[in-house]
Structure formats: structure tokens, C-alpha cells
Design a protein around this ligand. Structure first.
Ligand SMILES: Nc1nc2c([nH]c(=O)n2[C@H]2C[C@H](O)[C@@H](COP(=O)(O)OP(=O)(O)OP(=O)(O)O)O2)c(=O)[nH]1
Ligand SMILES: [Mg+2]
Length: 136
């Protein structure tokens, strides 16, 4: 199996309980699916530094407050990823698709209507749990 790729992912939530999604470009791995923004952590970075850099590069926002949400390891046919997922409750700046990608704020309860990379199912469960959206 190829190397494990470490990825920092941000679940950015605003005051209206909406979550920021961004569309993966067609040419990317898992292209055409919606994602929680983020990307590969560089060798010299901590996961939180990677998160902050990626959200700034991809969406032009500055992370101000974040805590770990969950960690997921997933094996795709072509690579294995470790997603270091952060719950981002504070940021500054206006969101912009810096890489030309579509993005949108989605009510947390509507996330299941979107197609995400296969690894993301546990992230959706973690968000529901965090927000108390799970049934009895
Ligand atoms: N950002 C992000 N990546 C995800 C999610 N779910 C998931 O399986 N991944 C995978 C897809 C990719 O293989 C990897 C993330 O890498 P990436 O393509 O965003 O990396 P990057 O921003 O550094 O961009 P690049 O090197 O491809 O230019 O993690 C998700 O919700 N968000
Ligand atoms: Mg990325």
C-alpha cells in the first residue's frame, strides 16, 4: 500500500449553523464531490498549521478558533488518507474561491444531500453528534 497522506480538514461553522463546503475540481482526486476545505499537511507543519494555511490558500479566510473534531483513516484504491478534522468556530475575512472553485454555506441539517468523498461519512456523524442533530 502507498504511503499514508496526512490531510488537514476544516468543518467551518457560522453563527447560523451553516457549514462551509467547497467543490473539488474535476481533475482532483475525488473530483466533482463537495468537501470540507483543506489539504495535505506539509512535513514541517503541525496539523493545525496545515489547516490554517490551507483555508487561507483555498478560501482566503484566517482561522481564529479551532479544536480537533475527529481523525479518520480511509483507504481508497489509489491512496490512503488520514483526515485530521477540525471544528472551526472562529475565522475572519470574506470567503472567496481562491482556486476558482464553487463554495457555499449549507445548513448543517442538509449536509446529507451532498455527495462527499467516500472517507467523509464519519465526519457527517461527528457533526450531527456535535450539534445534537442525532435522533433518540
Ligand atoms: N480537503 C479535503 N480532502 C478530503 C476530504 N475527504 C477526503 O477523502 N479528502 C481527500 C482527498 C484528497 O486525496 C486529500 C486532500 O488533498 P487535497 O487534494 O485537498 O490536497 P491539497 O489541497 O493539498 O491540494 P493538491 O496537493 O491536490 O493541489 O484528502 C475532505 O472533506 N476535504
Ligand atoms: Mg485541498
Amino acid at each position: 500500500m502507498s504511503q499514508l497522506v496526512q490531510v488537514a480538514v476544516g468543518v467551518v461553522i457560522n453563527a447560523n449553523q451553516q457549514i462551509l463546503l467547497s467543490l473539488r475540481a474535476a481533475h482532483q482526486h475525488q473530483g466533482g464531490r463537495w468537501e470540507f476545505p483543506g489539504g495535505k499537511i506539509e512535513a514541517h507543519e503541525t496539523p493545525q498549521q496545515g489547516l490554517t494555511r490551507e483555508l487561507h490558500e483555498e478560501l482566503g479566510v484566517q482561522v481564529q478558533s479551532a479544536e480537533p473534531l475527529c481523525c479518520i483513516t480511509h483507504t481508497y484504491p489509489e491512496k490512503q488518507v488520514a483526515l485530521n478534522v477540525w471544528w472551526v468556530t472562529g475565522f475572519s475575512g470574506d470567503v472567496e474561491g481562491k482556486e476558482g472553485q464553487a463554495w457555499r454555506w449549507v445548513p448543517a441539517k442538509d449536509l446529507s444531500q451532498y455527495q462527499f468523498p467516500d472517507a467523509n461519512t464519519p465526519i457527517l456523524r461527528a457533526i450531527e453528534k456535535k450539534l445534537g442533530l442525532t435522533g433518540p
